[in-house]
Write a protein that binds this ligand. Structure first.
Ligand SMILES: NC(=O)c1ccc[n+]([C@@H]2O[C@H](COP(=O)([O-])OP(=O)(O)OC[C@H]3O[C@@H](n4cnc5c(N)ncnc54)[C@H](OP(=O)(O)O)[C@@H]3O)[C@@H](O)[C@H]2O)c1
Length: 218
């Protein structure tokens, strides 16, 4: 049973599959960008690991808000897909190795204003990627539950580290209104029957996906 207050109309321009991809990942990206980072038009937003579900929503929402978007990925193919969807700058963190934050700054022509970090183990690089006064929003630990990092880049750079989790009903309403008014659609990696959930998890765990994996009930 789902409480009536938790049921919302499907945004009319989205298919059922696209709407199914939206709630958790879209809401998490919305709150991270607008409630926590308070991102402004004209700012530069770095999205870490663009293959991820939340990351693809963050890219679309930041572009629609008038931001420049920089993305990182382990895959040149995913970077090309992100560019086709509107990402302005792409950096391959696998080939850049420990220098990925420097590569971001070089490719972007300077530090970024906001970082959307779902990986956790990347916090130090996210801080290093910032311009003075940058904001790093964190909500995931894909890369590990423990982080070790230097203190000085954070203090000298006046960087803010902002935690976030999902979002409120009010923020979900704001997201749905924005989706209705904007033209992008959720990035769907694949759609499978529910019985093939294990295969979807295997694809995600192998890092092969780009965007959301949708499961369909017959
Ligand atoms: N707190 C909340 O409310 C909330 C809500 C949703 C999700 N989460 C958390 O957020 C994280 C992401 O979830 P998701 O479903 O959006 O993502 P996902 O689909 O699991 O994608 C993970 C992506 O992270 C990227 N990645 C992995 N290791 C990386 C590294 N060392 N450096 C840079 N990027 C790396 C990869 O991008 P590439 O393939 O492009 O290399 C990978 O595709 C998870 O930890 C999840 O539990 C939290």
């Amino acid at each position: 049973m789902i409480a009536a207050e938790n049921v919302y109309p499907r945004p009319g321009r989205l298919s059922w599959h696209e709407a199914a991809a939206l709630p958790l990942a879209g809401l998490t990206a919305w709150r991270a960008l607008f409630s926590r980072a308070r991102v402004q038009p004209g700012e530069t937003v770095l999205v870490i690991g663009i293959g991820g579900g939340v990351a693809t929503f963050a890219m679309h929402l930041a572009k629609a808000a008038g931001c420049k978007v920089v993305v990182t990925s382990s895959s040149d193919e995913k970077l090309a897909k992100a560019a086709a969807l509107g990402a302005d700058v792409g950096v391959n963190y696998a080939t850049a190795g420990d220098e990925w934050a420097a590569a971001v700054k070089e490719a972007n022509g300077g530090g970024v204003d906001v970082v959307i970090d779902s990986v956790g183990s990347t916090w130090a690089g996210s801080v290093d990627s910032c311009a003075p006064g940058g904001r790093v929003v964190v909500f995931g630990g894909t890369g590990g539950a423990k982080v070790e990092m230097m203190v000085r880049p954070m203090t000298l750079g006046q960087v803010s580290l902002l935690g976030t989790t999902m979002g409120s009903p009010m923020e979900f309403g704001q997201l749905l209104a924005a989706v209705e008014a904007q033209s992008w659609v959720p990035v769907i990696d694949s759609v499978r029957p529910l019985a093939d959930a294990a295969a979807a998890h295997e694809r995600e765990e192998a890092g092969l996906h780009f965007g959301k994996l949708v499961l369909e009930c017959a």
